[in-house]
Design a protein around this ligand. Structure first.
Ligand SMILES: *[C@@H]1O[C@H](CO)[C@@H](O)[C@H](O)[C@H]1NC(C)=O
Ligand SMILES: *[C@@H]1O[C@H](CO)[C@@H](O)[C@H](O)[C@H]1NC(C)=O
Ligand SMILES: *[C@@H]1O[C@H](CO)[C@@H](O)[C@H](O)[C@H]1NC(C)=O
Ligand SMILES: *[C@@H]1O[C@H](CO)[C@@H](O)[C@H](O)[C@H]1NC(C)=O
Ligand SMILES: *[C@@H]1O[C@H](CO)[C@@H](O)[C@H](O)[C@H]1NC(C)=O
Length: 431
């Protein structure tokens, strides 16, 4: 299908003057055809966005949508933006550790002597379309008067830092945090009245550390983590993420009783693997959001970002020394990575249906496949000085800045633009 040009729909004067009795019905029929096409495309895109395995089906011929005049003119493609490959991008990176002060120490790989720089010079190329590089002006335009929350672990925080660096081309935010705890940072972009916040919640549900050295946590699978559930009601966009912490020692609780544990070596407590807790934690999280009174925001699930330890596990000399992305045919999702992703998708699918009944929108920010292909994007040993004694000596979990995590903002903006087209068109055409 061809690009549909908007001038016809705008009812432009010159065409009215030349309109004869013959062309009138033809135009009318064309108009109706266009309206039907638009609504079909919008609905299809909407359902495509819902769940990853539906993406994998070959999509129809349609490629471009009308872009209402109020929006920038980048065509919005309907394609599976999350399946593709990394291709060279000599123009990247879009910031450095000297232009952006929001690169935290552990992600400042250049400062700690990472010798190679090619890992910054890639962009994501979906198989069936182009994914535009993040445009900070466009993003802030869409976010004017709105608010965005990142809820989850340190990878979510990593994402927010990346976003602050990308947005710094337009504006620096001011710190409007309610606490000194840097896990609960709140930033405001004054000229756009846009607020961005992180909520630290590595299990998404209530959890409590029980011993300080072993890092054993009690995880209360059926209890909301009120540190964020009581705060997000006012937010327009909420990005949920977790994963890595479920691979650690945990004692699971339900109805305030121990139901089992993973790697906890407590006497008489049955082994229960992370799969159980992970699934329940997502169930509880989505329930918290769906049942939140007066919440009208859009919820994104940013799917699990795989780590890349090779030559050993994380605390036994494992490292990540590659300097190039994988091609999509060189590796695939398997083992824990696959299971972490699959459970997320299953729980998301269930929740999305429930949410829809309440008029709430859930969207999948499915970064897993793209990040699986980036073993080269982690700090490895360049997240600290060599003599420093840190827990995660080789960090193959977080992402260097600048680096591949910057692409998450490309994805997010693309999804927001689609949202915007949808809601603008809805008002425009009463779909
Ligand atoms: C930035 O990275 C360079 C190496 O590329 C390093 O020498 C410098 O100390 C870093 N600066 C900051 C502020 O992190
Ligand atoms: C800023 O945005 C908030 C919503 O996030 C809104 O309540 C408030 O009225 C806005 N302020 C201005 C000055 O537009
Ligand atoms: C574990 O179970 C055994 C047998 O039921 C009991 O004798 C023992 O006291 C229990 N240990 C703990 C720590 O509860
Ligand atoms: C992967 O695909 C590329 C072409 O895109 C090809 O050159 C390469 O040989 C393939 N590698 C494997 C392991 O199949
Ligand atoms: C590193 O720190 C840990 C605890 O902080 C300590 O137990 C260990 O001995 C230290 N290792 C070295 C080589 O200093």
């Amino acid at each position: 299908m061809k690009f549909l040009h908007i001038p016809l729909l705008r009812g432009n004067n010159s065409s009215k003057q030349t309109m004869s009795k013959v062309t009138m019905p033809i135009l009318l029929a064309f108009f109706i055809f266009i309206l039907t096409t638009i609504s079909c495309s919008l609905l299809s895109y909407h359902s495509l966005l819902k769940i990853n395995d539906e993406y994998k089906e070959p999509s129809f011929e349609f490629d471009d949508l009308i872009v209402p005049e109020s929006l920038p003119s980048t065509p919005v493609n309907k394609c599976d933006i999350f399946t593709g490959d990394w291709v060279p991008n000599p123009e990247a990176p879009y910031y450095t550790n000297t232009t952006c002060w929001e690169i935290h120490e552990h992600q400042n790989c250049m400062k700690y002597g990472r010798p190679d720089t090619d890992f910054m010079k890639w962009r994501w190329k979906p198989n069936e379309c182009e994914l535009p590089i993040f445009n900070p002006f466009q993003f802030l335009q869409i976010m004017r008067g709105k608010s965005l929350a990142f809820v989850g672990d340190s990878i979510g925080r990593n994402h927010m830092q990346s976003m602050i660096c990308l947005l710094s081309k337009v504006e620096w935010p001011i710190d409007v945090s309610y606490t000194d705890d840097f896990s609960f940072k709140r930033w405001k972009y004054s000229s756009y009245n846009f607020t961005m916040t992180t909520f630290w919640s590595p299990y998404l549900v209530r959890a409590k550390q029980v011993d300080s050295n072993g890092g054993l946590y009690n995880v209360y699978l059926d209890e909301f983590d009120e540190k964020w559930t009581t705060q997000i009601k006012e937010f327009d966009y909420v990005i949920i993420n977790v994963g890595q912490w479920f691979l650690r020692p945990m004692v699971f609780y339900e109805k305030q009783k121990i139901v089992g544990c993973q790697y906890c070596s407590l006497e008489n407590v049955t082994h229960l693997s992370w799969h159980y807790g992970y699934k329940k934690a997502f169930g509880t999280t989505f329930k918290a959001i769906i049942n939140l009174e007066n919440f009208k925001g859009v919820t994104f699930l940013r799917t699990f970002a795989p780590s890349h330890f090779e030559n050993g596990v994380w605390d036994k000399g494992g490292n990540c020394v590659r300097t190039k992305p994988f091609k999509s045919n060189e590796t695939r999702l398997e083992g824990n990575n696959l299971e972490l992703h699959t459970i997320q998708l299953e729980q998301f699918k269930i929740a999305e249906k429930e949410a829809r009944k309440k008029g709430l929108k859930f969207m999948l920010l499915d970064t897993t496949q793209a990040m699986l292909l980036r073993p080269d994007g982690h700090p490895n040993k360049y997240g600290h000085w060599p003599h420093e004694n840190v827990t995660l000596f080789n960090d193959c979990v977080h992402w260097c800045l600048p680096g591949p995590i910057d692409t998450w903002s490309d994805f997010l903006l693309e999804m927001l633009k689609m949202e915007d087209v949808r809601s603008t068109s809805k008002e425009r055409f009463h779909l």
